[in-house]
Design a binder for this molecule. Structure first.
Ligand code: GTP
Length: 365
């Protein structure tokens, strides 16, 4: 039976406040929690047992899958103290049951990719590899550690983020999906934090282990930042990225219990959650609107996430914003791009305007 580990123990700090109460892999993208998209993909690839490596808000994963009845066994390897990506893999490895040379699929819990998992498993077996890493090509490698390979695909080294153009000797970067020979997991140290990228992989290469890259040009996006998160969700809705849970591409995914005014425009792969209300002439473009959210008349929301039970007042404008749950943006606000509003915060009507306000001064003089 094919086994897999998903790393889901990170705090997801870059996605706060969405991750204050919900771990990143349990946030909803294109109508389902992200981890359910990953589970569906793993099942399509023949995986029969998956181990969740949990730490932050660990109990919520067991809650999410308590009623999961499909043909997949789920185990939980809970870290009381986060062990880092390498330590988490080692710790989750204890719960695997396959033989020492069995290939184990390992996924980061925040990567949306079009990688063919059966294909990477096949390549791993054909090369008799100890470890195979999925590599993707990026246009600007400066934000990533680089992974150069030789002509046969063997990994030569793991390089820190390049600072100069000369240091950009390849555009291949770690795409956050690996196949490990099971026995290799046991070589990772226990009892302390270990980074798979900075420690485990360089050590395996230095020891002469058979570490290979599997480079593809498939769709790939790390959903770790707010903008990447909303764009990943929109790509799933519009079909640019695929998931077994999204049946057909659409301009928007609207929950049947949401109420959308006929003159509202929902575009760009936006998702509208259960019981959300979108008022007349409102525009929601490439955004995620959570359960129970109200968007009033004429409001415009672009490239943003509005978490559950928040409300956006009439004629307000949001760009690349993250609005925490139960927050309220009053009427006629124009928020600066990339603003994050804490859960429950209230901005009064006309409280914030990037482009200046014509409203009369309040009686403060
Ligand atoms: P940021 O805080 O925003 O950087 O997000 P993150 O905590 O998710 O970190 P990062 O994106 O680097 O993590 C990549 C993947 O590894 C994610 O799926 C995390 O859930 C997971 N991860 C990171 N650290 C740990 C850890 O210590 N234990 C476990 N089990 N998983 C981890």
């Amino acid at each position: 039976m094919q086994e897999a580990i998903i790393l889901v123990g990170g705090k997801g700090t870059r996605l706060r406040p969405l991750t204050n109460h919900t771990p990143k892999p349990l946030l909803s993208v294109a109508g389902s929690s992200f981890i359910r998209h990953q589970i569906a993909k793993l099942m399509d690839a023949g995986v029969g047992h998956v181990v969740f490596a949990t730490s932050y808000l660990a109990g919520l994963f067991e809650e999410e899958f308590r009623d999961f009845t499909r043909d997949l066994e789920i185990s939980y390897a809970v870290e009381e103290v986060p062990l880092g990506t390498g330590g988490a893999i080692r710790n989750a490895g204890r719960l695997l049951r396959g033989p020492a040379d069995a290939p184990v699929l390992i996924l980061n819990g925040d990567i949306l990719s079009g990688l063919d998992l059966r294909d990477v498993l096949q390549r791993h077996e054909a090369r008799e590899a100890d470890v195979t890493l999925h590599l993707t090509r990026v246009s600007d490698p400066r934000a990533f550690g680089l992974v150069p390979t030789d002509e046969a695909g063997r990994v030569l080294s793991f390089l820190e983020k390049p600072k100069t153009a000369e240091e950009c000797i390849t555009d291949q970067v770690n795409a956050g999906c690996y196949v490990f020979r099971r026995s290799v997991l046991d070589s990772i140290p226990t009892g302390r934090e270990v980074s798979v990228e900075q420690e485990t992989f360089p050590e395996l290469v230095a020891q002469g282990k058979r570490v290979f890259g599997h480079t593809t040009d498939d769709y790939w996006r790390d959903l770790g930042t707010p903008l990447a998160f909303v764009h990943g969700s929109a790509d799933l809705v519009t079909g640019k990225a695929t998931s077994p849970l999204v049946e057909r591409p659409a301009e928007a995914l609207i929950h049947p219990t949401a109420a959308i005014a006929p003159t509202a425009r929902i575009t760009g792969g936006s998702t509208i959650g259960p019981r959300a209300v979108i008022g007349p002439h409102a525009v929601v473009d490439r955004s995620i609107i959570g359960e129970g959210v109200t968007v009033a008349e004429g409001a415009q929301i672009h490239d943003s996430v509005v978490d559950h039970d928040a409300s956006i007042g009439s004629a307000s404008l949001l760009r690349e914003a993250v609005v925490g749950c139960h927050a309220h943006v009053g009427a006629e606000n124009e928020l600066p791009a990339q603003l994050r509003l804490s859960c429950g915060i209230r901005i009064p009507a006309q409280g914030v305007r990037v482009s200046g306000t014509a409203a009369a001064c309040a009686a403060v003089h």
